[in-house]
Design a protein around this ligand. Sequence first.
Ligand code: NAD
Ligand code: TYD
Length: 370
Amino acid sequence: MLTNDYVQMEGTDMKTYLVTGGAGFIGSNFIHYILDKYGNNVRVINVDLLTYAGNLGNLSDVEDRPEYSFVKADICDSDAISAVFDKYDIDYVVHFAAESHVDRSIRNPEVFARTNVLGTLNMLNCARNAWQDGDGFRKGVRFLHVSTDEVYGSLADEGEYFYETTPYDPHSPYSASKASSDFMVKAYVDTYGFPAVITNCSNNYGPFQFPEKLIPLMINNALEGRKLPVYGDGKNVRDWLYVMDHAKAIDMVLEKGRIGEKYNIGGHNEKQNIEIVRIIIDTIKEMLPDDDKRQKYINYDLITYVEDRKGHDRRYAIAPDKIRSEIGWEPETMFAEGIRLTIRWYFEHTEWMRQVTSGDYQKYYEEMYK
Ligand code: NAD
Ligand code: TYD
């Protein structure tokens, strides 16, 4: 049934995307990906509240394009979101907007419940109202809910993987809020036949990532000669995926995914945190000219083991079998290449880093790492 749908959709008309959280890390990369791929055969409406994590500077190179519009709005605000659906004829919702940092969720869980659970519920309601057509929904519309592998909890040290059938077992307030939002999406599919799909992705890295997350924080600190704070024993494992590979996966799931299904996205690229930190140090040193003064202070002595994160999940690892066999997606960027692209981007965007680390970031950093 869906295959026929897609045959009809392909190459016919232009799609209008409502991207929530498009000023954040993955959302802004996704908007670049979609505008590059579809050119003027697409419309993108970016709805973002511009919290500390949202930065319109991430989209400065596309802001004047006629295919792109920005609306500053809270995903919890039903009037504002309904107005977006009224104004634009939305075909696809790609829902990224969320509070996304585990450490912040440990300190302040409430905003995670509000944005991630109630915000998603409001997005579902507004889309449902806008897309209702008789007893069903307008043909061809899709709601893609972007979620995380953290909903599955934590794996033993080796050999186990997260599958789409793995029971949810979230531990942090962040992962609990994302799990709740996933269940809400599923409830809309099961109750109303709402045309949604869910993707659960592993840890992303790449350009435009806010330096509260491991990789950009370590790159920025190393370049500034600051300590590199590694939680606990540094042996927690994450499965790293280059952000543009994630963007491509989302595009493919929108086009080929089956309604009501969930798809794990990841790349069998598991690494311990301490390995990541060492790779960052080695790669920065390799990429800097020999006579750069930073060569003197960037070395393993910067690594500092600090108090462990509360409830720290030990290991995440995705089995991407379903998305590979059903959708035909595979990760393309090897970590050695992705980390070089990422470090190069941060070398070339010192002003971006200066802006996002001024003001509130300093306060956050001092409180978090004191
Ligand atoms: P991010 O923190 O960089 O960006 C979040 C964006 O959402 C920001 O632009 C922010 O301004 C916006 N936002 C926050 N609250 C809002 C609200 N109430 N209304 C409107 N906009 C609001 O996050 P990210 O790392 O780009 O993650 C995007 C999505 O992908 C999230 O749903 C996250 O759970 C999921 N995810 C992230 C990763 C990862 O490694 N970063 C991995 C898997 C899944
Ligand atoms: P993070 O980038 O916050 O992603 P997540 O917690 O969603 O996986 O953290 C990745 C890993 O790096 C995680 O195991 C915690 C660890 N970590 C540190 O050791 N030091 C740090 O300063 C940060 C931010 C994270």
